[in-house]
Ligand binder design. Sequence first.
Ligand SMILES: Nc1ncnc2c1ncn2[C@@H]1O[C@H](COP(=O)(O)OP(=O)(O)OP(=O)(O)O)[C@@H](O)[C@H]1O
Ligand SMILES: [Mg+2]
Length: 375
Amino acid sequence: MSSRIGRRHPETIVPLEDMPDLHAPASVPDGPVVRLGNVGKKFGTVTALHDVTFEVQRGEILGIIGRSGAGKSTLIRCLNGLEKPDRGRVEILGQDIVPLTESALQQVRGRIGMIFQHFNLLSTKTVEQNVALPLKIAGTPRPERTARVRELLELVGLSDKAQVYPAKLSGGQKQRVGIARALAAHPALLLCDEATSALDPETTLSILNLLRDINRRLGLTIVLITHEMSVVRAIADRVIVMDQGRIVEEGDVWQVFAAPEAALTQRLIGSQTSELPSALRDGLRNDWTQGAHLVLRVQLSGDAAQRPVLAEMTRDLDVLPVMLNATVQHVQEQAVASFVVAFADAGEALARRVGDYLAARVSRLEVLGYVQQLA
Ligand SMILES: Nc1ncnc2c1ncn2[C@@H]1O[C@H](COP(=O)(O)OP(=O)(O)OP(=O)(O)O)[C@@H](O)[C@H]1O
Ligand SMILES: [Mg+2]
């Protein structure tokens, strides 16, 4: 089973009832926290962003995924004003930040927290001093600062490391400090650029769970960019898939998992769903020849994933499919079942009958081809 990333790993999370009250965050106006309209950005002849339009609602976790060079970092830098687009609007909390001066941008950045792949902690400062830094810059008085840093370290589970220097921390602990620092000034938006890419899978999981927990607890809006589908799957509500500066797919995470439309999304998700043994994959042909098996990949989601669709097909069509691979994952509490089946000596007529039957009942049907030998 490929349920590699569970929804909850409570070991690292302080139970809600044990948490101190966090100071009331500054108010967030109604409407989307982020609204991008037709944003374009070129670097010389390279189009890093092409006509990018999307919104992020309050309290939502948006995952932005794409391969290297897709424009993810450029996009996130446009969100905090570190990069100015050539065209389009970048509204943060209802305000277009594109025309703002640097000093006006500082105000906006005060509402945005950011965490990075390589943590960006100051090595000459202790954990406590690192977390306090944004508060110091904002002119928060010392007693308030001390109290806030204490609650933040408690929130990220690092109260015992306050006096330690970053060099003595593990990667996961460093990122927890990064998160505490990003939250110090009560941001309305948290931006994460490959925040778990430098971490091992288990530590990644604990950081993602911490982010999810903070999102739930504080209602914090999060935009997270990554090249790993497992990260999106673990915590995002909605996903945007980017390729060469463009949005190629967008939707609720479980729906995109159940029925990915763009070829890139299918590839990114492919490694998460049912795979074929390489010998079988290599033997696949587009055309049927005498004695060949028809191989299909089928995905079912939501209520359909709970139904015995294959068993019903066996009965209704009087066929005997061979199961080559099967997984059931839970994405955002929704079941997404994926399996690969073969039908012996299946000519065109049977292929059409099976295809029509399944197409009416499943969320995605893909004809992988015909193969002479199953093993
Ligand atoms: N300052 C810059 N000057 C010139 N070209 C740039 C600059 N920043 C980005 N680019 C180009 O824009 C494109 C998008 O880059 P970007 O860093 O946004 O991609 P990315 O999706 O974050 O990639 P990665 O996953 O490798 O971090 C790339 O072709 C990159 O070479
Ligand atoms: Mg990048």
